[in-house]
Design a protein. Structure first.
Length: 238
């Protein structure tokens, strides 16, 4: 009931895509079984209209991915960047897909921040290899979004470099998604707690909007939409 109410609030505030997840992907978190994931998602998906907004489900398990697509979800958001099984389902259901970068599962991903030669170039190579696999299934690039994974196995400097160079991840007409909202990188700059990071979240959105990002995964929908609307008005006003 809380989830449905929150979804309704976000849609009224202007969200065009609702991203639903049943498993935490925070640094250090443990995975859950696909059975538990489906049990949590099923009653929510059953109540959501499938023609009022885009439904994205954040899951990396093939069993859950297939279940939610059958239940009417429009996009799969996979923190592990997808695989052949997911690309087969994407083709079968004509769905969209978000491919995120992470160097390791959430439990240990923050131990991998020293694994990069060059974080921007390494992520770019990762996405190119994923797109090469995806292209075997003839999935339209307009249904694919790339997410460099802010906070997923990256330290503060790496997160900043990714946002500074986010336009470099625009590959083969795929879209760009940024998920920087309220994350710990903001607190590492100014010491703020999670609930005090709205300003930093919006700053990252506006910077990356100017660099060509397409979708922003945020907690504060009304405030972020207002910031984007005003930014665009100032930029385009004659």
């Amino acid at each position: 009931k809380d989830a449905i109410r929150h979804i309704q609030t976000m849609v009224k505030a202007g969200a065009k895509v609702i991203d639903i997840g049943a498993e935490s992907a925070r640094p250090g978190s443990d995975p859950i079984t696909y059975q538990k994931e489906i049990k949590r998602l099923k009653p929510i998906l059953e109540q959501l209209p499938k023609d009022k907004f885009i439904i994205s489900v954040d899951t990396n398990k093939i069993e859950t991915q297939e279940f939610v697509l059958q239940a009417g979800a429009h996009i799969i958001n996979d923190i592990f960047g997808g695989n052949n099984d997911l690309f087969y389902l994407t083709k079968k259901f004509r769905s969209g897909v978000v491919l995120m970068h992470t160097p390791a599962p959430p439990k240990i991903m923050q131990t991998k921040t020293n694994s990069y030669t060059n974080v921007v170039n390494d992520i770019k190579k990762y996405f190119r290899s994923r797109i090469k696999k995806l292209d075997r299934y003839n999935i339209p690039h307009k249904k694919v979004w790339l997410d460099p994974g802010i906070g997923f196995g990256k330290n503060l400097n790496q997160n900043l470099l990714i946002m500074q160079h986010i336009k470099k991840f625009r590959l083969k007409n795929c879209g760009l998604l940024l998920g920087s909202s309220r994350k710990s990188w903001i607190g590492r700059i100014d010491g703020s707690s999670t609930e005090k990071r709205l300003g930093g979240s919006i700053a990252s959105v506006l910077y990356c909007l100017n660099q060509g990002a397409d979708i922003f995964r945020v907690h504060d929908v009304h405030e972020t939409k207002q910031a984007i609307t005003i930014y665009n008005k100032i930029k385009c006003s004659k």
